[in-house]
Design a protein around this ligand. Sequence first.
Ligand code: DGL
Length: 261
Amino acid sequence: MTDRPILMFDSGVGGLTVLREARVLMPDRRFVYVADDAAFPFGAWEEPALRTHILDLFARLLDRFSPAISVIACNTASTLVIDALRERFPGHPFVGTVPAVKPAAERTRSGLVSVLATPGTVKRQYTRDLISKWAQKCHVRLVGSDNLAGLAEVYMREGFVDEDAVRAEIAPCFIERDGQHTDIVVLACTHYPFLVNRMRKTAPWPVDWIDPAEAIARRAMSLLPPVNGSSQGEPDIAVFTSGKADFAVSRLMQGFGLTIP
Ligand code: DGL
């Protein structure tokens, strides 16, 4: 018998940035990647509707895949619904992805940190609480981007990215104050690490870009018992809630070692 899979959840391709780290750490595990593309972008949803939507969807996903653990590889979803998921499905472990404010506050030298996220994550109380808990001594600028997650989707499917659009989206992250400059940008959306090279290229000065993917994968690993044998033979799969994966998406999933059933 093979071990139960790890379920990775996002609105689109962003969770693949976490999946690739998880694979390195847990090569013997089986993965089910769920892209709720029918609901993309999560960042634009009203909170109550998105909460209900994700809770209902998870009831079906847990039933269908019976995962050992679920990783919410999405800041926009985690900052809204991680507590509600734990409450609604007690006994099932969930790992969330929330803005890496604490490591940013520990690392900054200038005291100027920016959190780049979807408009949803930026307005969450959860995000504000993280800042007041961990970053009181810093100046944290929250930058909500309407377009970066979509740009990352296009880039991953078609290989094209509009650099001027990336430049415009990240520009508000860069602040100069009393001779100090922003030195850390937290990538608080799992889609963004796919664009980080373009961000580096279009940034007005060099900064540290914090991607929490490895830390999330480590957290998931720490909560799992050792594998019972290897999952070889059972393919890792990708599920799209729209039921429509076109050629570009299928090819992308193949590149990540995922089969669309
Ligand atoms: N990847 C998601 C996140 O980490 C957001 C993308 C979306 O708006 O759906 O926040």
